[in-house]
Design a protein around this ligand. Structure first.
Ligand SMILES: [Zn+2]
Length: 346
């Protein structure tokens, strides 16, 4: 609505043309059945369409994991809330062949048995250092999860933080070039996160049957897409994203890096989240998050609840609508991950 009010008549013409197209041929993968059997037949073919639209790189490199424990005393993390209940490692591994990823790994201490683990993809900002060490909108949520007994992996997305291509400007360079050579950048993100799951589930400290994923904003949409595709993730937290394409990207101006060719023609947010059903899912939306309006999230969650009802498991979907902005809440999510993934008490 805000966009419409500010457009000149000439620009309104094209925008309305685009909206008519979306209304006419958008959301082609919407589930239209009424039974659990039909839904379970729908999921694999919808997953295949999503994988095709994302145009991920085909290859994975050998992980070649390198781990380095960091000494909090020599790190420039003044003001961060770190404590003796977990240690921070800096790790490096390969995603695609020859492509190194940097990440922080948080390991609860002491750890007497393999623990559940949570993958935390960063949002559209200053990357993994911001997510782990700054209060701000992330509230150091990976540290809170580690304090509660989870192993946590926070990988750096390509184009952000330590992987920002400064010589070529910001992350938009990667988005553009990836398209030129046949990928979408979201496809690259998801492929890298699939590799992150390989790394996480391969750690001796981790129980690979108890894996979660939780992210805000760009971390929320990558959590959504990864969890839709990769069934190793058993419990999911999506913060500051789940609404609808109609209410966000079509109606609110976002960075162009968030656009995947054809994605909204095939799916709405609720259709993507239906690929997580019936796994436990917590949604977070701040009432003051203008980029991702919570009213649209309520409507979409209502439809999503119908998918969980096919299993008689509506209690596996919870929605934390909180008084806040574009930020992590955690009000329900921390307990949610504990409830479904049950960290061992040490
Ligand atoms: Zn961007």
């Amino acid at each position: 609505m805000a966009i419409q009010a500010e457009l000149t008549p000439l620009n309104r013409d094209f925008r309305e043309y685009l909206l008519r197209r979306h209304a006419t041929i958008g959301r082609q993968q919407r589930f239209r059945g009424t039974t659990r059997e039909a839904f379970e037949a729908w999921q694999p073919q919808a997953r295949a369409v999503l994988a095709r639209v994302l145009r991920m790189p085909e290859e994975l490199g050998e992980p070649e994991l390198v781990r380095e424990v960091l000494d909090p005393a020599v790190q420039p993390w003044a003001g961060s809330r770190l404590d003796e209940r977990f240690r921070v490692e800096r790790v490096c591994y390969q995603s695609m062949p020859g492509v190194r990823v940097a990440a922080f790994l948080l390991v609860p201490t002491p750890l007497h048995a393999p623990a559940p683990a949570i993958l935390c993809p960063p949002g559209h900002g200053r990357g993994m250092n911001q997510v782990v060490f700054e209060q701000g909108i992330y509230k150091q949520y990976p540290c809170e999860l580690a304090r509660r007994g989870f192993v946590v992996l926070v990988p750096e997305h390509l184009g952000f933080g330590e992987r920002m291509p400064t010589l070529f400007g910001e992350h938009g360079y990667y988005t553009g070039v990836a398209q030129l050579v046949g990928f979408t950048m979201y496809g690259v993100y998801i492929k890298e996160l699939i590799r992150a799951l390989d790394v996480l589930t391969g750690l001796e400290e981790v129980d690979p049957s108890r894996i979660g994923c939780y992210g805000l904003s760009l971390g929320g949409v990558t959590t959504l897409l990864l969890s839709a595709l990769d069934l190793r993730i058993r419990t999911v937290g999506i913060s500051g994203f789940f609404t609808s394409f109609r209410a966000t990207f079509l109606d609110v101006a976002h960075c162009v890096c968030g656009n995947v060719q054809d994605l909204a023609l095939q799916f709405e947010h609720v259709d993507l989240a239906s690929l997580i059903t019936p796994r436990p899912l917590v949604l977070e939306n701040g009432r003051a998050d203008t980029g991702f309006p919570y009213e649209a999230a309520i409507d979409s969650a209502r439809e999503l609840r119908d998918r969980y009802a096919l299993y008689g498991q509506e209690d596996r979907l919870v929605h934390d609508i909180f008084d806040g902005q574009h930020e992590i809440s955690g009000r329900l999510a921390y307990d949610w991950f504990e409830r479904w993934l049950a960290p061992a008490t040490s």
